[in-house]
Design a protein around this ligand. Sequence first.
Ligand SMILES: Nc1nc2c(ncn2[C@@H]2O[C@H](COP(=O)(O)OP(=O)(O)OP(=O)(O)O)[C@@H](O)[C@H]2O)c(=O)[nH]1
Length: 537
Amino acid sequence: MTLKYKLIASLLLFLLILGSGIVLIQQAIVIPKVESLETDALKADLERIEDALQGEMTNMEKLAVDWGVWDDVYEYVAQPNPDFIASALGGDALEQLSMDLLLISHHESPALVQTSSRMAALRPVLVEGLLRGDDPRLLAAGGQGILHTDAGIFLVAASKVLPSSGQGISTGTLYFAKRLDHALMQRLNTPNMQSLELAVVEQTPAAPKIELLPGRFSLSQTWLPLLGEPERSLRVELRQGRPFFDSTLTYTYYIMGTIFVLGILGCLTVYLLLQHYLVAPIRKLQRNIERFSALNSLEQIPDDPRTDEIGSLTRSFRKMAARVSQDHAQMLDEREQLKEESLTDPLTGLGNRRFLLQSIEGRKRWMADHHIAVITADLDHFKKVNDQYGHDKGDQVLQEFARLLEECCREDDYLVRSGGEEFIAICQLANAEDVAQVVERIRRKTAESRFADGLIRATCSIGFIVTPASELNQMNNTWERLFKVSDMALYRAKHEGRNRCIGWRYSYLSQISRRPLPVTTAELKLALEEHTLTPVS
Ligand SMILES: Nc1nc2c(ncn2[C@@H]2O[C@H](COP(=O)(O)OP(=O)(O)OP(=O)(O)O)[C@@H](O)[C@H]2O)c(=O)[nH]1
């Protein structure tokens, strides 16, 4: 995978982690926190309703005490007087007090009952509800509470009837009652309330209950005690929407969406910067290095003026490439030199036998109408030269003999020192007979020469074979046999007294059956008898 794709994969992985982190934070931290705050707010709503009811009852109790500790009422209970009713409770006095019932009891019997017009029909039920039971009478000593009757649910407050001094014996109890109706409940409304329901239930849980329902609803319940009914209670049930949760959730969506978008933009920016500052320069450097290895030219890695790591990497590569280039050139030189040395005779500067074999093998074709002569020349009794004049002088003789041979050959002939004091020349000749002149010239010039500063006289023996070039083009493995025949001819020249040239012409045209060049003395004898090889004069 390329660096570019690794970079993209890393950034996508980062975005995945960022997205997962955002979801995790929302689910594990934000939502539970919001729900906890919401629960607190719902509890506060319930407390507010309870407080409102409590406040209402406290006001009623104050009113009950105002009326209960009043001489007119006190006297009325002792001696009922219609004038009092007319003056204090005439007209719509109860409506003006926002009360539904005024009850004054005397010895557990109603001494005065006054109701609002809407409650007139329910008066007996109400009185019976307040004065039910035997002992103790509800709120007989004063106080407040919630009363459940067949006529509905009422807030009730009571006070002992006393003279205005507050001292003395109570002559009865004064009750005020107010129905917990729709109008009153409206005043307890909360902004998000969908419904507020009251119900008398059998159980009385100790603590309020808050439920966050699916579908963005909440259900809050609290239980209030009922007067005279310890087994039952008034359940206040509040059903509300969850705007706080919705808005908070929307708000967190915005924040986290913004973080995610910023993450994407950040990744894009990081990608472009890394692409510009890292990936692109590395790819450029890679292309330059590839061109350098193809062309071996330092110009392919231009200097980089940057001061960062990429710049210094480029400079390091340049240095390394320069060194590699230099080493490579040096190695090529040395290899060329070694190659040359391995093919050259260091004493005479001529090629060696390996050079000769390589050269003739590398040569594809010879001039078909020409002849090729393989000439082997060997100094006679060269051992004696060494023995008599020393090895250095012997070397000198070899060098001068090599120059002599060069003079006798043409430039396009091959001339090598094949070993010791033996040399081989391969000459291309227009006529087969020309070889006689070449070898005789070598023999004569050697015999006439004075070697080693005129100190040493030497002769040489020469063996040779000449064959049509067309034969070389057609036959395989001919060179080895030509060298062998030339060598056998040299042996004969030595054997017959040295300082002479012996060689043959390979004249296959005279053959009835084509016979290859001989490689043994027996085959040589047969070839001469059959005239496959004929003497050259
Ligand atoms: N100075 C010198 N002598 C060499 C070199 N290579 C070979 N020789 C000597 O050449 C001599 C060849 O001796 P032989 O093979 O007996 O041949 P020859 O003495 O020339 O006798 P014929 O060839 O039979 O005439 C040996 O003494 C070698 O040591 C060389 O590079 N320098």
